[in-house]
Design a protein around this ligand. Structure first.
Ligand code: GDP
Ligand code: MN
Length: 386
């Protein structure tokens, strides 16, 4: 789950990361009071949306008088941004941050993420901040330092020393930099984060290191124990299809390919996506209907998948373990009749009563292609895409 910049900043501030003062406004009537209480004549106005790249999209602007700041804040309330992080529909900003303008001498990147390959957490840092870190990683990998750390131990002293050397921080700056890195890693672990980043962390012209931006996204599986962060859930920032999946109790992850995938269980989803890739296709999503592939869930699942205009065919790969294949076949037939998908559907069933389930689909008058096994299903669905 994602959070807003101001929410991530509040958390980081509690851990001792230097954060500039700010106010959040939600409607025009709050703007003047917010500027007055900040007591500044120069401020940065920033839309609060669950996406980065706001600067380039015109969602971060400096006002150099109170009236200018006010005008900027007014124009940004309700502003819609569309970029590669928001998807084609874009996201609307219902909240705007007003924060004193800082004169920047240098921008850095510092963030924590999960290193799945090495099964640990990592701190990632770069003296080239402000831009997208993926860009730095691609063009100047030598400008990125990765420090893996144990969740219970955090960064070791020798790693902190390496970090400040790499960033070029000396004396007082080295102390502050170490403090920020420790605070960041602790907040990341405490919050069950999957990403916590400060981009940019800046050196001001007054020689202070402070965090100008913050981004926190946490592991959904930890929401049950992250009660405070769970309250930050903002449905206005979530894509329509994800919202519907959330409400129907389905796990839906949109991807960029052309094969819609409906599966039960995350492991089977992984195997399905691997097999599609293996045969030269690309999955459009990952939709997990869970242990109970009921007519309602399969129907809602089809609707969500078909909402994506990139989907050219659907692969239903369901294992009838707890549920029997006859019930799943019934669900697929009923859902197909209701939704009437215009794209081909390939179904691969396996498990209890598989022969009967397949027969039901073949005998029904729905245009569903049945497959023998997973490999056969992947080949058939890729053929169908073409
Ligand atoms: P993002 O584009 O969504 O990542 O938004 P950021 O908060 O990172 O802002 C984008 C850029 O605007 C930063 O990299 C800074 O260069 C600039 N910026 C943000 N806040 C300030 C500020 O207080 N003062 C100045 N001078 N620039 C700022
Ligand atoms: Mn940023």
């Amino acid at each position: 789950m994602n959070t807003h910049e101001y929410q991530a900043k509040e958390i980081l501030r509690k851990y001792g990361v230097p954060i500039p003062d700010f106010r959040i406004v939600r409607n025009e009537s709050e703007i003047a009071e917010a500027i007055a209480s900040l007591g500044v004549d120069e401020a940065v106005v920033k839309i609060q949306v669950h996406a980065g790249g706001r600067g380039k999209a015109g969602g971060v602007k400096i006002g150099s008088s109170r009236s200018q700041i006010e005008a900027l804040a007014k124009s940004m309330l309700g502003m819609k941004i569309v970029n590669n992080q928001t998807g084609p529909d874009g996201i609307i900003a219902n909240e705007v941050m007003i924060t004193p303008a800082i004169s920047i001498a240098k921008e850095y990147y510092i963030g924590c993420t999960i290193d799945r390959k090495n099964a640990c957490a990592s701190l990632i840092a770069s003296p080239e901040g402000g831009v997208e870190i993926e860009e730095v990683a691609a063009k100047h990998p030598e400008q990125i330092l990765t420090l893996p750390f144990d969740l219970h131990v955090g960064l070791r002293n020798f790693q902190l020393v390496r970090l400040v050397k790499f960033m070029g921080w000396e004396k007082e700056h080295a102390k502050v930099g170490m403090k920020i890195a420790k605070a960041l890693t602790k907040a990341f672990v405490d919050c069950d984060g999957d990403l916590l980043e400060i981009n940019p962390l800046v050196m001001t012209k007054e020689n202070e290191i402070i965090a100008l931006d913050a981004k926190l996204s946490i592991d959904d599986n930890a929401l049950y124990r992250q009660k405070e962060i769970a309250q930050f859930y903002d449905p206005t920032q979530v894509k329509e299809s994800e919202l519907r999946a959330h409400e129907a109790g389905l796990v839906y992850i949109p991807l960029v390919g052309t094969v819609g995938c409906m599966v039960n269980g995350a492991g089977l989803a992984m195997a399905t996506m691997d097999m599609i890739n293996h045969h030269g296709g690309s999955p459009a999503n990952f939709l997990d209907v869970g242990g109970s592939a009921t007519v309602e869930k399969v129907t809602e699942g089809f609707k969500i998948i078909l909402d994506d205009p990139n989907v050219k065919a659907i692969l239903v790969n369901i294992f009838g373990g707890i549920m029997d294949c006859k019930t799943i076949a019934e669900g697929v037939i009923a859902a197909t009749k209701e939704v009437k998908p215009e794209v081909p559907i390939v179904v691969r069933l396996e498990g209890t009563n598989v022969a009967e389930g397949k027969k039901m689909i073949q005998k029904s008058d729905v245009a569903v292609i049945t497959a023998e096994d997973l490999s056969d299903a992947a080949k058939k669905v890729i053929e169908a895409v073409k």
